[in-house]
Design a protein around this ligand. Structure first.
Ligand SMILES: Cc1cc2nc3c(=O)[nH]c(=O)nc-3n(C[C@H](O)[C@H](O)[C@H](O)COP(=O)(O)OP(=O)(O)OC[C@H]3O[C@@H](n4cnc5c(N)ncnc54)[C@H](O)[C@@H]3O)c2cc1C
Length: 598
């Protein structure tokens, strides 16, 4: 803990309420899903809501600046998780591990994320519904995405798929280098449609839609909580770490939670429900610490079992790769070195909602389908190619190196030689990873990190898919549009892949293993599914099976990897769940226990 808490002076003020002994709803975690719930459930002034958040509030002077997204990972706004030692991926990274950052503070991961706004395709949601989760189809979820949104989009704002009255600002990223329009044109020359990837169909290309407001980062706190802090029936408590859900052993009903704040322990009762919105890792961890999880695992840690459920038995991630990298020998702008761009002029531009400080470096997205895609549906992409306006050599400070765990050997051998050359890179992301992992408790101490049993590329087809993604990025960049700009594929072998001939499929497979990137979209640790699904932890109304008055409402309920960056999905889940929770109370089924049939 730093000696001075700057958020006391410069942070958003969410109030300092006097804790009551009970509230109607207790929500754990102020990420996107939890923030939406807090706002929606407290709309009725008769209903009392407590939102408990382990981290601090945002520091707008810093956290609002999109360009510092990566350095923010080095702050206490990040839980700082890391993967286990990897056998197949992350080979050019420190200790052969990938970092798994996760936001801690009001806003959850939206304090430190890249602000990319993608909802996923219609088929993602239709698959959830088809798997036995009524209420989650695209047609049923679209109104909630629209409800959440306050969009300001030049080309797509009026297409019927965007909202203008919601809390969450969505806008065209205000910064575009000269590379972005060329990439979008080249992708069209390569056969892709220019489309709105937030309108159901994905295969195609488009510019970045981002959760910024006139160029400043929007967190779930600034979007959803700041406007309602004066509500008397909503108490928001920061620096409050929930250590256990209190569940009555006999009735199997959640009664409240225990949490620590300023080194004191508190218990607070929930009159109606406890809702876990602590994210894909921490909700699963809290359930297990409270006796809800795989019986043999809990027993091995001497945690009394209240309900045997497959919590943490499933964990998906979206693996990615840094590269290919392109060089621009002719000057097109002055974005060669970040150091040269850190100046007052750019800051003043940012205050005006313009310029390089308003970007997280991603400019456009292309959704493609590779030959190894699992789905036979031509509308389901398995790769998203992010086009960024720089490559990793842009930032010569330690920030990017640390955030991505690049070893000196990797950085010096691959990125350092092009430090003074204008370059840009692609980051292909595998959307439909076949590799599955697990999340376990390391110990019974609630403050300890969980253990991740996840090996990138355990399923070899995941490597192939990313190599195809790279090859598709190269095909797009060889189109006439790029020729006008004069770009050149950076043809240095990454250290560790010297034995392969550059630009062959085998070389790119090796490149993926060495320069593995990861985009922090972990899902399915508290999988949603019907009572007959052996992997399900919550039902389609997000009630924890076998335990009354307890729900999980966050990204961890998503049953399979979505074709989306996951923040928009989490906001949508929050909006959908808020209506379900209100409905269940109206119809008198709150607290009803749902049993599994397997
Ligand atoms: C570095 C990074 C970049 C990303 N980039 C993007 C992007 O560009 N676009 C995108 O769509 N998605 C992105 N994501 C993913 C996206 O931000 C998350 O999927 C999303 O925030 C998940 O929302 P959530 O509601 O599940 O909860 P989270 O955002 O995980 O928030 C959970 C909250 O609960 C709190 N909490 C946890 N445990 C406890 C406890 N025991 N007691 C009290 N509070 C607790 C945490 O402090 C946190 O504030 C990124 C994520 C990261 C980490």
């Amino acid at each position: 803990e730093p000696a001075i808490d700057f958020t006391q002076f410069f942070g958003y003020n969410y109030g300092n309420p006097q804790l009551r002994s009970s509230y109607d709803y207790i929500i754990v975690g102020a990420g996107p899903a939890g923030s939406v719930l807090a706002k929606r459930l407290s709309e009725d002034p008769e209903v009392t809501v407590l939102l408990l958040e382990a981290g601090k509030s945002e520091l707008p002077l810093i956290t609002n600046l999109p360009i510092v997204a990566v350095p923010l990972q080095a702050t206490e706004y990040n839980f700082g998780y890391e993967s286990e030692v990897q056998k197949y991926g992350c080979q050019g990274l420190r200790d052969r591990k990938c970092n798994w950052p996760h936001g801690k503070g009001i806003g959850g991961s939206t304090i430190i994320n890249s602000m990319i706004y993608t909802r996923g395709g219609r088929r993602d949601y239709d698959d959830w519904a088809r798997a036995g989760n009524p209420g989650w189809s695209w047609a049923e979820m679209l109104p909630y995405h629209i409800k959440a949104e306050r969009a300001n989009l030049r080309d797509f704002g009026g297409n019927g798929f965007h909202g203008v009255n919601g809390s969450l600002s969505v806008e065209d990223c205000l910064f575009r280098s000269n590379i972005a329009p060329v990439f979008v044109r080249a992708a069209q020359q390569a056969g892709y449609r220019y489309l709105d990837y937030n309108a159901g169909e994905l295969i195609g290309v488009s510019y970045l839609q981002s959760n910024t407001d006139r160029g400043a980062r929007v967190t779930s706190g600034t979007a959803y909580l700041v406007p309602v802090v004066s509500r008397k029936n909503l108490h928001v408590l920061t620096k409050s770490w929930v250590t256990k859900v209190l569940i009555d052993h006999d009735s199997k009903q959640a009664k409240g939670v225990k949490f620590t704040r300023n080194r004191k322990v508190f218990s607070v009762k929930a009159n109606r429900e406890v809702i876990l919105s602590a994210g894909a890792f921490e909700s699963a961890k809290l359930l297990m610490l409270s006796g809800v999880g795989p019986a043999n695992h809990l027993t091995s840690l001497e945690i009394p079992v209240i309900m045997d459920l497959p919590v943490g038995e499933l964990l998906y991630e979206h693996p990615a790769v840094f590269g290919p990298v392109y060089l621009l020998r002719n000057p097109i702008d002055n974005y060669v070195q970040l150091d040269d761009n850190l100046n007052l002029r750019n800051y003043l531009e940012y205050l005006n909602g313009q310029g390089v400080f308003t970007t997280n470096t991603v400019e456009s997205l292309l959704y493609v389908k590779t030959p190894v895609a699992e789905s036979s549906d031509p509308g389901v992409p398995d790769i998203e190619i992010m086009q960024t306006f720089t490559s990793m050599d842009y930032d010569s400070s330690p920030a990017s190196k640390l955030a991505f765990r690049l070893t000196n050997e990797t950085y010096d051998g691959y990125f350092r030689p092009i430090r003074n050359i204008r370059s840009f890179q692609y980051v292909p992301i595998l959307l439909k990873s076949r590799t599955k992992g697990k999340l376990r408790l390391k110990t019974r101490n609630p403050l300890h990190h969980p253990r991740f049993e996840y090996q990138y590329f355990e399923d070899d087809r995941d490597l192939d898919a990313l190599a195809y993604g790279i090859e598709e990025a190269i095909r797009v960049t060889s189109q006439p549009a790029f020729r006008e700009l004069g770009v050149e594929l950076y043809s240095q072998n990454v250290p560790g892949c010297e034995e392969f001939e550059f630009n062959t499929h085998e070389y790119w497979r090796c490149h993926v293993r060495v320069l593995t990137a990861t985009v922090h979209h972990q899902v399915a640790t508290c999988k949603m599914g019907p009572p007959t699904d052996p992997e399900a932890v919550v039902d389609a109304r997000l009630r924890v099976y076998g335990v009354g008055r307890l729900r999980v409402v966050d990204i961890g309920i998503v049953p399979e990897p979505p074709a989306a960056h996951t923040a928009a999905v989490a906001y949508g889940i929050g909006e959908r769940a808020a209506d379900m929770i209100k409905e269940d109370y109206r119809t008198g089924i709150t607290g009803k226990q749902i049993d599994k049939m397997v």
